[in-house]
Write a protein that binds this ligand. Structure first.
Ligand code: GRG
Length: 275
């Protein structure tokens, strides 16, 4: 219960800030409509929630980290809009509603995704006035680069039969942005000594998230025909074994940070989710 209240509180803080930042964007007409449709389309906001939780734990002022949480969410939304396009996953539905290109048009979906990717940096650059903030922004950029190269591997590898290769795709495609939710607050807090634990946590939570997603997609028959899916390749039992290992990894690190109780519950939330 306490976890749910905190989760809602972080989500509310992020949402209010996001509304303000999107309202400041210099766009209008159909571009604004398509961007708002996707950006406020019902995402769980797990990345900004995680960034705020880590900041809370490290004592980083929310006003310092919110611009980065917003930029990261813009990048995440860009990736979903583009991923749904016919040239990639060709999905008609996102979050139970029409995907951006189905609701509007392909050209508007391409440009909305581009707009969000650009706005992520435009919105953040204005506040980057210290070496720490510049370093945090460069972590955001390099994590985005990893996500994109992971997606290239995903779309070109057809059927990854080596487990290590598939895990490496997931580390890039999914875990890199989740790891940035740890490393950005760390940089802003100047707590370099925690980098190893927190990077490992980001990786394990990212993989746990993606393998859980694969299990959900597989059980609901949602995975696209050519899409990589851990369960489709290695079977349900092995997917559950790996999931347990990752869950154990997270908790092993969290044993060293026992007062970070929100994160312990967050790992349960990621692992137990079924949609
Ligand atoms: C730039 C085209 C392009 C792709 C980059 C991240 C990514 C690669 C594509 C997005 C689709 C995908 C399968 C991502 C893997 C991670 C994942 C399951 C994302 C969905 O994240 P949630 O569940 O989304 O946090 P919500 O809807 O809650 O915002």
């Amino acid at each position: 219960m306490e976890f749910q209240l905190k989760l809602n509180e972080y989500k509310f803080i992020a949402e209010e800030y996001f509304k303000k930042r999107i309202s400041e964007a210099d766009f209008s007409g159909s571009l604004s409509e398509a961007v708002r449709y996707s950006f406020f389309g019902g995402g769980k906001r797990i990345r900004p929630v995680l960034m705020l939780a880590v900041s809370d734990y490290l004592g980083v002022d929310f006003s310092l980290v919110l611009p980065f949480a917003f930029s990261l969410e813009c990048i995440h939304e860009h990736s979903l809009i583009h991923d749904d396009l016919p040239a990639l996953d060709n999905d008609d539905v996102r979050r139970g509603k029409l995907s951006c290109h189905k609701k509007f048009s392909e050209h508007l979906a391409i440009l909305s995704g581009d707009y969000l990717l650009n706005y992520a940096y435009e919105a953040c650059l204005t506040i980057c006035d210290t070496p720490e903030k510049i370093k945090a922004l460069s972590v955001l950029a390099s994590s985005t680069g990893l996500m994109l190269s992971g997606q290239v591997l995903d779309t070109t590898s057809q059927y990854e039969t080596a487990e290590a290769s598939l895990i490496s795709v997931y580390e890039k495609k999914t875990a890199s942005l989740l790891t940035a939710c740890f490393t950005i607050p760390l940089i802003l807090a100047n707590k370099g000594e925690l980098i190893s634990d927190f990077s490992n946590l980001g990786r394990s939570i990212g993989l746990l998230f993606q393998i859980t997603d694969d299990i959900i997609d597989y059980s609901k028959r949602l995975e696209a025909k050519d899409e990589l899916n851990f369960v489709k390749i290695f079977g349900v039992k092995h997917a559950l074994d790996i999931k347990n290992e990752l869950y154990f990894e997270c908790n092993k690190i969290l044993d060293k940070h026992k007062d970070f109780t929100f994160l312990k519950s967050f790992v349960d939330y990621i692992s137990e989710r079924c949609e």
